[in-house]
Design a protein around this ligand. Sequence first.
Ligand code: GLA
Length: 402
Amino acid sequence: MTVTARAYEEALNLLEDSEHARVFFAPGRANLAGAHMDYNGGRVMPVALSRGTYLAVSPRQDGRFLIQSAQFPGEAVELSPDDLRPGRVKSWSVYTEGALYVARRAWGELPGLNLALSADLPMAKGLSSSASVEAVVVYALSHLMGLNNGASHPDQIDEWVRLAHAAENEYAGVRCGILDQSAIFLAQPDSLLWFDCLELTREHLPLDAAQASIVILDTGVSRQLARSAFNERVAECTQALGLLQKHLPGITCLRDVFPADFAKFGGELTSTLHKRVRHVVTEVVRTDLAADALRRHDLAAFGATMTASHESMRVDYEVSISELDAMVAAAVAQNGCYGARLTGAGFGGCVVALVHPDAREAFDTNVAAAYRVATGREVKPQWFAPAGGPREIVANLRGPSV
Ligand code: GLA
């Protein structure tokens, strides 16, 4: 898809002293394998998108922060560093504040700043708009304070992941794992990230652009009750782990429950917990199959794991909604579509599909028509190649290079 820099201009235009500004960008992400695996210690396979959050930032002499967003006009937040504390706000600025809070705790006193944000990623649609805000703020602060040891330094990247994740957990109160922040900071163009959320090992698996594109299909339904329902799933997994540990004392997370263990001890769980664990146990297997398929360039086999994962999220994890199901059905019925599934937490938001680029025209028309018939809603598919991670944007006379 065409990269738009409108959000870059929007962020910059919010600053009164834009001539002193630096601009940073962090992408959103889609996850193609390993659904709800991160907080269960499993493996995930995300890509970064070329859309995300732009942050224009300029210095202030009074030591305070002014936070503005082009998506929330007239709702500027001004505060001093001592005002930052978890629970202070639940509104849009919570992710920026969270990043400032954790960065100050880790790195000491921060400089006073004007922070102006704009995103070209839809919010609350499962594409990690919140993690892209946390990531861009942490990344920018690290650069502004001269702390970065170089973007490719693994320890530095791991620290950025930890801080952005702490902002979401501690300040925004979402008990998520490290999928989103790892996907964003570890992203490399034209590759899927394979990431083990327990061992923190990683690999970049190339995706052949001539054979496959990432297609985002927005159901038009924002995530419903995302925070509470998401935290409920995390709590169910914690509870199931506690029960299974009575029989399997060596396990530290649900990813350690093998299918044979589950067959032996799963019957002791309530039917709800049984379904949740069945999703995890089968998704661990599917994610390993997905990685093997990609390593041998078998996109049909990879896509089949995506569609099976959606089914498991629909039936066992119960995080889908009818619009997501209709979108997956519309996508996988098309020629050239390898597979499709919801991306992110679920409860609304987007489907991610893997599609042959030659099928683009027919896919766009036919999916829109099928989705309209099924739901009465419209969809405009967005096509992407896997993109890179956060970066500073250096403007030139013809505009920003993004
Ligand atoms: C949300 C969370 C992630 C992950 C996914 C489900 O996006 O933020 O940490 O748990 O849901 O895979």
